[in-house]
Write a protein that binds this ligand. Structure first.
Ligand code: HEC
Ligand code: HEC
Ligand code: HEC
Ligand code: HEC
Ligand code: HEC
Ligand code: HEC
Ligand code: HEC
Length: 531
């Protein structure tokens, strides 16, 4: 009797105890059925170490678009690797350590060098059943291994991501504690609940208010054309509001362009959501623990439609054969044409009366259209300014940069300690030749956010202009500690080292540049001169 009481007392939450992350495996003993079906979903399998992926050895080859480089992907004894070579004997290659994407459309790979992660230049395209260049890599003339993997990428695809502070793409080993979207991404840290088994000690999205409930899926499914951080997304936990951590922007004119809007934005356009409001959410049609089998889909989704619509609601029904008429999604949530791209809404979540013609209307996009925040009528100058600045830089859009400039100047006046605003404002001043304003901002940025390579890289260039070679070398070395690839910084650093007669150091810096991008002309020429 007394022991039972003591156990019962021990099982209670200790006052003020903060739940810790314990991993999905710890939920399995008490929630076995959910665990087993969840483990089969794309979300659960969306990332991991490549060692677990290929049982059999294989070797595949393909050429780049110019027919110059041949890429060989091979798996031997569980080790997956890529090697690129060309006729003149030049080669480059690396192990593929991690994968991203369960493989419903495409699978990306990550490489690891000295604790830093980079995207691999190759990807596997599931529909074609073929290896090819990763999306966006056609534009490089030679193999490119220098694209840093920012923590955001893994935060949407893995659980318990472990970035190293003060770096841009450095990670502890292993870089994430669990592959895929683990239980606690949607339910919050579970240490207390796993001990007590009490429902008060765990988050159930279905019991949250609509904004917090939707936020659980939005942390990964709401991206817009650009996502502006407000806080540290890594700290987001189920039960909080997405809007406190980030805000998604898209071009106002994008009519229902399926390629650019995320599932959340797409669903928000539907008459169903607009008319039924918060009642309709992702969980109205999807079970996060289970993906319906192909044969089951028509009936599965039909039953969801019929929670709101009467069978007689559809005027088309009498005209069709029963089986066809029952497949509501075949007509109202059609899939787009076959595509290889990741981050595309394939199924039209705007639930139109009649299938929209993808080519009609949306043909030409106004690249300069104003940006609008999802779910917010008047985003502040800081958020809007950053949205224009980030897209302006990504798309080389001068109009967006100009809009960003005024907004960020005023944001910086009211919040002079915001590292993101400083970073983009400093770059804008630099592009406009206003160096006297850029330099103090870069210095401030190095002080408040030592994990951004852009500031020391730019300050190094300014120091070089003033003839302060030692200072430039110090700053560029600092930039490379934060993010070791940076091929352009490596070339600048090598030139500075050569001017000081430090030829061996220059050779080493250039050699490493060529490991990230083997044909980089500026680096090759300098290295040839050194020989
Ligand atoms: C020791 C057994 C045990 C473990 C381990 C456990 N649970 Fe539970 N869980 C329970 C029990 C029992 C309930 C039902 C509680 C009730 O209905 O009052 C429950 C209910 C839940 C609920 C529903 C809460 C609600 O509001 O209805 C969720 C969500 C949940 N668990 C998630 C998890 C997650 C995630 C983990 C792993 C981090 C986990 N559980 C680990 C025993 C456990
Ligand atoms: C931690 C990030 C994350 C969270 C949180 C998340 N998703 Fe996902 N979801 C993904 C990723 C990544 C994929 C792509 C999986 C793949 O590689 O196939 C995905 C895929 C899906 C799919 C396609 C089927 C599948 O399982 O692959 C559905 C449906 C889905 N999510 C619904 C939801 C719903 C509903 C919620 C909220 C309750 C949610 N997701 C929360 C990251 C997340
Ligand atoms: C904001 C969250 C987010 C970020 C950041 C993100 N992804 Fe995704 N990714 C998703 C979601 C959600 C899906 C599935 C649904 C979709 O495409 O919208 C997905 C799908 C994919 C797929 C296709 C999966 C499949 O099974 O076919 C690949 C590959 C992929 N992402 C790779 C990456 C890589 C590599 C990065 C970083 C360099 C990245 N993603 C960054 C959320 C994200
Ligand atoms: C992508 C988000 C997501 C992931 C990952 C996830 N869940 Fe859930 N879970 C939900 C949502 C949403 C609900 C509420 C479903 C409803 O009632 O509409 C839920 C409900 C539950 C419930 C209570 C209702 C029920 O179905 O019995 C339990 C228990 C639970 N989850 C356990 C788990 C466990 C254990 C894991 C990992 C093996 C897990 N969940 C992974 C989103 C998720
Ligand atoms: C949460 C309730 C809810 C769910 C679930 C739901 N709808 Fe709706 N839907 C509505 C409401 C409310 C309207 C607006 C009033 C109406 O036309 O009945 C609507 C409107 C529509 C329209 C008219 C669109 C237009 O532009 O005029 C179609 C078509 C439709 N729904 C199809 C579906 C299909 C197919 C499903 C299942 C995949 C579905 N709905 C699921 C609530 C819902
Ligand atoms: C009215 C029902 C409905 C609602 C609500 C809904 N979905 Fe879907 N979703 C579908 C259907 C139907 C599919 C296609 C399933 C298939 O073909 O396998 C789908 C597919 C997906 C996929 C796979 C990629 C694709 O585009 O085919 C993802 C990811 C997804 N939904 C995420 C979400 C998210 C996130 C939400 C909430 C913002 C949501 N869905 C709300 C019905 C719905
Ligand atoms: C063969 C294609 C097809 C199938 C299958 C189908 N619909 Fe429709 N549905 C249509 C078309 C076309 C319209 C628009 C008719 C019009 O504009 O006059 C429509 C209209 C609707 C509307 C709007 C009605 C109104 O008065 O505004 C709803 C709601 C709807 N469908 C729901 C459903 C549901 C639920 C299912 C599954 C039980 C379904 N539909 C199956 C083609 C289809």
């Amino acid at each position: 009797m007394r022991t039972a009481l003591i156990i019962a007392l021990l099982a209670q939450t200790l006052p003020g105890e903060t739940p810790r992350w314990i991993g999905s495996g710890a939920c399995e003993p008490c929630h076995r059925a959910i665990f087993e079906s969840w483990a089969k979903t794309g979300m659960a399998r969306t990332s991991g170490a490549t060692g677990d992926l290929h049982q059999k050895d294989f070797r595949h080859e393909f050429r780049d678009g110019r027919g110059v480089w041949t890429y060989e992907v091979s798996s031997r004894a569980g080790e997956l690797a890529v090697r690129a070579y060309k006729a003149n004997g030049m080669t480059a290659g690396t192990k593929l350590s991690y994968f991203v994407g369960s493989g419903s459309v495409a699978r990306s790979y990550l490489t690891e060098t000295g604790g830093f992660l980079y995207e691999a230049p190759v990807a596997f395209y599931v529909r074609r059943g073929e290896w090819g260049l990763a999306p966006g890599y056609e534009r490089y003339a030679s193999p490119y291994f220098a694209r840093a993997v920012a923590p955001g990428c893994l935060e949407c695809h893995a659980t318990g991501v472990q970035p190293v502070a003060g770096t841009q793409n450095g990670y502890a080993s292993p870089p994430f504690l669990e592959g895929g979207a683990g239980c606690e991404r949607c339910h919050g840290a579970g240490s207390v609940h796993a001990r007590t088994g009490r429902r008060e000690d765990i988050v159930n999205p279905a019991r949250l208010d609509a904004e917090r409930r939707d936020s659980v899926c939005e942390q990964c499914h709401l991206s817009g054309e650009v996502r502006v951080p407000r806080g540290d997304m890594a700290e987001f936990t189920a039960g909080q509001k997405f809007a406190d951590y980030a805000v998604a922007f898209s071009r106002e004119s994008s009519p229902a362009r399926m390629t650019v809007t995320s599932h959340v934005e797409n669903l928000a356009m539907s008459a169903c959501r607009r008319a039924s409001g918060e009642k309709l959410w992702c969980g109205s049609c999807h079970d996060a623990h289970r993906q319906p089998a192909e044969a089951e889909k028509a009936a599965w989704y039909r039953s969801k439609c019929l929670t709101c619509h009467a069978e007689s609601a559809c005027p088309e029904k009498p005209a069709r054969r029963a089986a066809q008429a029952d497949n509501c999604i075949a007509c109202h949530m059609p899939r787009r044409r076959v595509s290889d791209a990741a981050h595309v809404v394939f199924t039209d979540h705007s639930i139109p009366r009649r299938p929209r013609n993808e080519d009609a209307g949306g043909g030409t996009v106004n690249r300069d259209a104003p940006l609008a925040a999802f779910g917010e009528r008047s985003p502040g100058a800081r958020d809007l300014g950053l949205a224009y600045a980030i897209l302006g830089a990504r798309e080389q859009n001068a109009t967006y940069r100009e809009r960003a400039f005024g907004l960020l100047e005023s944001a910086n006046r009211s919040h002079p300690d915001d590292p993101q605003a400083i970073a983009y404002l400093a770059d804008l001043y630099r592009q406009r030749g206003e160096d006297g304003k850029a330099i103090p901002l870069y210095r401030e940025l190095m002080r408040i956010d030592p994990g951004q390579s852009g500031a020391p890289a730019a300050l190094g260039a300014y120091a070089m202009e003033r003839g302060e070679i030692a200072e430039a070398i110090r700053l560029w070395r600092r930039a490379l500690e934060i993010s070791p690839a940076l091929p352009l910084v490596r070339v600048d650093l090598a030139m500075a080292l050569i001017r000081r007669g430090e030829r061996d150091e220059a050779r080493e810096v250039l050699g490493k540049a060529l490991r990230f991008t083997p044909e980089f002309p500026a680096a090759r020429q300098l290295l040839d001169q050194l020989r």
